[in-house]
Design a protein around this ligand. Structure first.
Ligand code: SF4
Length: 571
């Protein structure tokens, strides 16, 4: 069935659908579309939101895909399997959605798998893996049909990150086919990443996605509202904050999520919040400052009150903080949260820094509910940290880990392997740091250095060193190209180091939990290691905790505050 073919004017739109297509870890309800829903509702739009990532069918397909790949990738080459495997899944889904499955198609798929796991798979295995993606699209189409025929939407939007680009495009192409009058729109963090403004990927993408009408880059609430009010130039396809004079939405009730469509208590472990936006630093490999603009902080009293209000609505007391960096807001947020009789927990990104080394601070944060610090450790080599522009030293890293762990706060450590210029000696120092700090590491998550075409703080310096990754796959067969660096260490060596990093973690019994069962085991290990340990995630979710436990923690082995000026490392 084809609906009417005349495209509607933006000012006539009232019924709107926003979706988060698979695959994205359903830890928290999708925040981007929940914030937009709340904002547009205030202007009387009917907005429906869907998170396809909570559908059991899709979780099953995801598991089947990785279990099948696992059968054919030897243990010593799997590395950080669910992390690096997403590159394979993402690109596989892109070529599957665009191409016929001819002989060339399987050459593309072979190249995609090889450039991550460095194994050559035969045609029968490639077909076996490919069948799983075929069944995904077939089920996804049926689900889209159900939603679309039950409701008459005039605009459909997708929130797109790196890993859900192919299903997002599939959804918009399908919807446009069955109802060409619908306006299709896209936003999300992919526009700070693979589809950054000024990249050949974005230019190609905009010209070759006729089923996508409008793209909104950056905070979407005001942009979308102006578009719907007919205030933006309808001839354009791409809108950025420049189209609204970089107007930022103030922190207020309007800047709050509406998650009523998500059955939050049953589908997610965490709620989400932010107490700041962007980051005041500029590490070489990071694009946060470029995408989010100037760093700004929310009033900590407002952040704490919003957290309490969300807890009262949805009944989950642990928050995944979406801040790029919590160091500057942790003190005040902890103070505000300690004023409540109902303890809340929060989990967020921090950097190794003087204030983390001081256990008086980490104990204060623990009493205020800091549950897990997601800490950018990056490397065990001071030389590489300097190349990265991290402005930290290994001694600070060790003290930060100790200080957090002694306060009982879980430490999820992030490591970048294969930064341009990282030598084997540097990598050995990373393995040494892992070993020396293993007791203070809750979890070790390593990432091979990812080279973006642009947008990273050091992109201009690496300008001459980039090359297309999947050399066998022309752009029209994949739409979005991945890039890699042409300098030492090359990608294959980086991935080989990733394999060795994971092996060393296994030997040292440092977890990297992906399933709830793994998290349960990792939490038990943490409790055995640290007297002040936070409760397990399962116990918090189930409400099996002493509500005063965080207020009872005490300083262990008081650690002196490290002064960055006294380190012998020269920044
Ligand atoms: S890596 Fe962390 S500290 Fe560095 S710029 Fe990015 S968000 Fe900021």
């Amino acid at each position: 069935m084809i609906f009417n073919t005349e495209q509607m004017k933006s000012s006539e739109i009232n019924n709107i659908l926003f979706m988060l297509p698979p695959f994205w870890d359903p830890l928290i309800p999708p925040q981007g579309i929940a914030h937009i829903k709340n904002y547009l509702k205030k202007y009387n739009y009917n907005v429906k939101t869907y998170d396809f990532n909570i559908y059991k069918n899709f979780r099953d397909i995801y598991t089947r895909y990785f279990n099948t790949l696992k059968k054919y990738v030897p243990l010593e080459k799997r590395g950080n399997f669910f992390n690096i495997g997403h590159d394979v899944l993402r690109n596989h889904m892109l070529i599957n959605f665009i191409n016929n499955q001819d002989d060339e198609y399987y050459i593309f798929l072979k190249d995609i798998i090889y450039k991550t796991f460095y194994v050559q798979l035969g045609i029968e295995i490639l077909k076996e893996v490919d069948d799983i993606i075929n069944s995904f699209y077939s089920i996804f189409e049926k689900e889209l049909n159900k939603i679309f025929y039950q409701n008459k939407f005039q605009m459909v939007g997708v929130s797109v990150m790196r890993d859900n680009i192919a299903p997002s495009l599939f959804a918009l192409r399908y919807i446009k086919k069955i109802d060409p009058a619908v306006i299709t729109v896209m936003g999300g963090s992919i526009f700070s990443d693979q589809l950054l403004i000024g990249t050949p990927n974005l230019d190609y993408f905009l010209k070759n996605t006729p089923y996508l009408d409008k793209v909104f880059v950056g905070e979407g609430q005001i942009l979308l509202h102006k578009f719907l009010s007919g205030e933006l130039d309808n001839e354009k396809k791409l809108f950025t904050l420049d189209d609204i004079n970089r107007e930022a939405l103030a922190y207020s009730d309007l800047n709050f999520p509406d998650m009523d469509d998500f059955d939050v208590k049953h589908n997610y472990m965490y709620l989400a919040m932010n107490a700041s936006n962007s980051c005041p630093y500029k590490c070489s490999f990071c694009n946060v400052a470029n995408f989010f603009g100037d760093y700004r902080e929310k009033d900590p009293g407002m952040a704490a009150a919003q957290m309490m209000s969300l807890y009262q609505i949805y009944g989950i007391r642990i928050f995944f903080m979406n801040d790029s960096l919590l160091n500057n807001v942790a003190d005040n947020l902890s103070t505000e949260l300690q004023k409540n009789n109902t303890p809340l927990y929060w989990d967020g990104y921090m950097r190794v820094a003087d204030n983390v080394c001081d256990q008086r601070n980490t104990i204060h944060w623990r009493k205020g509910g800091l549950y897990r610090a997601r800490l950018g450790v990056e490397s065990g080599s001071n030389r590489v940290l300097k190349l990265m522009g991290k402005k930290i030293s290994i001694e600070q890293t060790k003290e930060s880990l100790k200080s957090l762990a002694n306060a009982g706060i879980k430490t999820t450590t992030y490591w970048v392997i294969g930064h341009p210029g990282e030598t084997e000696e540097d990598f050995q120092l990373t393995l040494k740091l892992l070993e020396e700090s293993k007791t203070y590491i809750y979890e070790a998550e390593c990432n091979p250095f990812i080279f973006s075409y642009s947008g990273q703080s050091d992109s201009e310096n690496w300008h001459n060193d980039r090359k297309i990754l999947y050399t066998h796959v022309p752009q029209e067969r994949i739409i979005i190209q991945d890039w890699t660096n042409n300098t030492y260490p090359l990608r294959e060596e980086t991935y080989e180091r990733v394999n060795r990093f994971v092996q060393r973690c296994n030997d040292l019994e440092i977890p990297n939990p992906y399933s709830y069962f793994d998290i349960y085991n990792a939490d038990n290990r943490w409790k055995l290691l640290h007297r002040n340990s936070v409760p397990s995630l399962v116990d918090i979710y189930d409400g099996n905790i002493d509500l005063l436990e965080s207020r009872k923690v005490e300083i262990i082995n008081k650690i002196s505050k490290i002064n960055i000026e006294t380190n012998d490392f020269d920044f």
